[in-house]
Design a protein around this ligand. Structure first.
Ligand SMILES: [Zn+2]
Length: 209
């Protein structure tokens, strides 16, 4: 299945240049493992950036050269290969070879923290049970989600394996997990959620720790 929701071009450019934050870069590279369209786009952008650099007069190369000088160092995402836990290779590097060590959050919810943060929030893999509904909440910053398995609907659409969702503070949302299989996602958020109502208030007490 080819993803329907892709990262914006600025994420792809920052991935090529090596200037992206660790969490968003992991999200971008992991999405590209699922997405032939974005792998082609990355290759095209890398060609354009390389040509631009090669055509620049020596004396005009200033701040941008530092950005583009990283181009050859960037490893381009490959199509998915069999892996220990069935996740994209860039994510597997954070998970080790052993069994996944989930931490209980709430009924139907568990998480794995990857050991680093985006702004003030740990970057996490979140497991939500099949058929559950996440209580309505909002985000003071951005919440970026890559679906690794299963799927969900929210106010902005339907998201399945390989899809990227970006939620901002403009609209509270609540995810309805598809029936039949749990939804496992990589989540890179800037700040803790803003609960809307008592249910998400209680959930947030456990979620953000
Ligand atoms: Zn894509």
């Amino acid at each position: 299945m080819i993803p329907s929701h892709h990262p914006p071009d600025e994420w792809l450019l920052a991935h090529i240049a090596g200037t992206q934050s660790e969490g968003v870069d992991l999200l971008t590279a992991s999405h590209a493992s699922y997405c032939p369209q974005c792998r082609d786009r990355l290759a095209d952008l890398q060609d354009v950036a390389g040509q631009y650099l090669s055509q620049m007069p020596e004396q005009n190369v200033s701040g941008l050269d530092a950005l583009l000088a990283n181009l050859p160092a960037q490893e381009q995402p490959q199509a998915p290969r069999p892996s220990r836990h069935g996740f994209p290779a860039p994510l597997e590097r954070y998970l080790g070879d052993g069994d996944l060590e989930w931490t209980y959050v709430a009924p139907g919810v568990k998480k794995i923290s990857l050991g680093f943060s985006q702004s003030e929030m740990p970057v996490r893999v979140i497991h939500l049970a099949a058929g559950m509904t996440v209580p309505t909440h909002n985000h003071p910053g951005l919440e970026r989600t890559l679906v690794l398995s299963g799927g969900y609907d929210d106010e902005s659409g339907t998201f399945e394996r390989g899809d990227i969702a970006v939620a901002d503070g403009s609209q509270p949302h609540h995810q309805r997990i598809h029936k039949g299989a749990p939804c496992i996602s990589l989540v890179v958020a800037d700040h803790p959620i803003t609960p809307v109502g008592i249910k998400s208030t209680v959930l947030s007490w456990f979620f953000e720790s």
